[in-house]
Design a binder for this molecule. Sequence first.
Ligand SMILES: [Zn+2]
Length: 321
Amino acid sequence: MLDARTVQLGAGAQAVRILGPAQQTLKRLGEARTGAAAASGTADAAAADAGTEDQVTRVRARRQLAAVLIDGLPRPGALLAEQLARLPLGLLLLRDDHPVDREDVAEGYPAAAVGHTRAVAVRRSCMRQNPEMTVLTCSEPPPQPPASPETAASGLPQEPVDIHVIFAVRAVDPTRLRAAAARARLVLPVVRAPEQWQIGPLLSRERGPCPQCLELYGTASDPHWTAAQAALAEQSPIDARSSLSEGDPGFAGHAAPAEEAAAAVVASLLAREIQLVIDGQFMPQTARRRIGLGAATGWLSLEPVTAHPECECRLRTPGPG
Ligand SMILES: [Zn+2]
């Protein structure tokens, strides 16, 4: 706890700061964990009874313990947050300091949210879905000092979240992916590319694929892949909006119906993937694949992405796959 209004999870350049009544935040975090511990204790006691009942209790406990960070809140991110609030989860963190503007309202943000950040607006709608849910907004991480890959890899801080969902336009900066993967247990990149949404693969530093796998695959086809991705990711979102929506009849005022439909599908796919990860009963699609969704056509594709044979993550977890 930094002061009466700030709680910091983790340390150093990759810390997450949660703004809000700090004492209350800590209490809620503690409650989520105690509640889950109590529930899993019940699960143990009931193990002799019906297996399904045991399973239900276990799933509930896992969800109560789970913490998800949604980093970036375009329309599908906002819809995803609302779906996760209904699941519900133990803790939902929202990060997007962008003020809600006219384009956001055209895409579905409430007009009353203008003047607030997207994170604050989405938190409100989540609380309407589920007033019991712990939903916190957190600010952008501080700018990162130039760190060598060695220090980034060795200084593994505590893990504040189970899944860090990153929404990006065109590409995710590989540095951002590495930083997220050093902290969260799993990282799920979601990219709005010109023609389609790209979901996954789910990145894990433990068993791969990991961010370095993606770089190894990328640089095999283009030696400048890493720099090119960083440059793509850096282009301003405003440019992105107009270039991505070029020739799109909805671009000037209202989101095209196809965009709205795609946002709903992306949010539902993501909610399902996250639920599968947390429940731990079945393997999610994105554990070994990237899902593509045609923004206009709704056409779905699945591209296999497994750990790179030369990546270190392979050495950490020997075995097939
Ligand atoms: Zn790897």
